[in-house]
Write a new protein. Structure first.
Length: 396
């Protein structure tokens, strides 16, 4: 089915649109909080600590909220978490000069970030049917890039006409608006997790999922490294638009990659595709390490995105197939957590290596981490449960 056909299905535009609006704050809050703290004269060290606390809290809270959704449904968990997350933003806005309250606000905001991504992905089979699931995941991955492009632009527009605190307030408004749009839709209100055995491991009792998450963390390391390497490259080369332009080109590549992947038919099993795309990601980041001239680096950055979104699309398919009964929302939340963790580690690794050996070596180090991720995904591909996935996907 075409993307236009998917969008014409009942509730698809509402669910996708609400999820995207509600996810915009995830691409706004760290930047808006940093600008707010700097406006108060806060040093970069504390600003970095606050954004780190925000990210770690989100990584820890996501799987817990996902488990709550699997047990109690989407609507109540989404609405309550949105209100708590907004409370955290209010704490930061109300007392940006109080370091204690800022950190408390970052913890509450991050840990309570509404699990809109995993909720939408658990709804796709209901919204479009299993036969259109791959195209829906591709549409989801493509739309995700709009969040990371649009979020910073909204912050920039807000601070151009008002104090930085206004961007945090706007993030809270968008969070509530997006959550209410999705959570009050009938498919979301009626969705319930499958019955299944309850234990503290949840989806992590699946070996295939654990290997998938670790492999994606390796891929995320390369993505995080580019955030640092792009800044260093732009300081040494005349890049129009600076580092932001290079990252935008990579995001454009991810958008293109998702659309193209969803329109093609694939005979290879999703696990084999994951190995291929993660290896391709590693190769393109090794090309980044060449520190080529700008006219060459631009298409290289585009290529890094071309492999990223297809990797995520097949990962979504694997999570849907491998998650034990009653754990699918939590499994999608763990995917986000591990990929985000890998991204953060990549930024840290690139920063350390750059100080010692320069940006080229920093890019190479994170590319090797992505290659290690591809090796882990290859082990996942060899598991018996992964081999059982191939005929099911081919039949679909």
């Amino acid at each position: 089915m075409s993307y236009a056909g998917l969008l014409r299905k009942p509730s698809v535009v509402r669910a996708l649109g609400g999820s995207l609006v509600g996810r915009l704050p995830t691409a706004m809050t760290a930047l808006a909080m940093t600008l707010t703290l700097r406006e108060q004269g806060t040093d970069f060290r504390f600003a970095g600590l606050a954004t780190g606390v925000l990210a770690v809290s989100g990584a820890l809270g996501g799987p817990l909220l996902g488990r709550m959704v699997d047990r109690w449904g989407q609507t109540h968990v989404l609405v309550v978490s949105a209100l708590l997350s907004c409370l955290g933003l209010v704490l930061i806005v109300a007392a940006p000069s109080s370091r204690g309250l800022v950190l408390a606000g970052a913890v509450v905001c991050g840990a309570s970030t509404p699990p809109l991504e995993p909720c939408l992905r658990t709804l796709w089979p209901v919204l479009v049917g299993q036969e259109n699931l791959r195209q829906a995941y591709a549409l989801d991955a493509a739309a995700q890039e709009l969040v990371f492009i649009g979020g910073p632009l909204i912050v920039a527009a807000a601070v151009a006409v008002a104090p930085p605190e206004a961007a945090l307030v706007l993030a809270a408004v968008l969070c509530v608006a997006g959550v209410l749009t999705l959570a009050t839709a009938r498919p979301s209100r009626e969705w319930r997790g499958e019955p299944g055995p309850r234990d503290w491991l949840g989806p992590l009792r699946s070996r295939a999922l654990v290997l998938l998450f670790l492999g994606l963390a390796g891929g995320g390391t390369a993505v995080g490294g580019l955030n640092i390497v792009a800044v260093a490259y732009a300081e040494r080369h005349p890049v129009p638009g600076g580092a932001g332009a290079l990252l935008a080109v990579s995001a454009l590549g991810a958008l293109i990659g998702a659309i193209v992947h969803g329109r093609r038919s694939w005979t290879a099993a999703p696990t084999a595709q994951a190995v291929l795309f993660c290896a391709g990601l590693a190769v393109t980041y090794l090309l980044v390490a060449t520190m080529a001239p700008v006219w060459v680096m631009a298409p290289i950055c585009l290529a890094t995105g071309l492999f990223l979104s297809p990797l995520l699309v097949v990962a979504f398919t694997m999570v849907d197939a491998f998650a034990p009964p009653g754990t699918v929302t939590e499994a999608f939340a763990w995917l986000i957590t591990l990929f985000t963790t890998g991204t953060a580690l990549g930024s840290a690794l690139a920063g350390v290596v750059m100080e010692v050996a320069g940006p080229g070596t920093a890019a190479a180090s994170t590319a090797l981490a992505a290659l290690l991720g591809a090796a882990v995904l290859a082990v996942c591909h060899r598991l018996p449960e992964s081999r059982r996935l191939a005929p099911r996907e081919a039949a679909g």
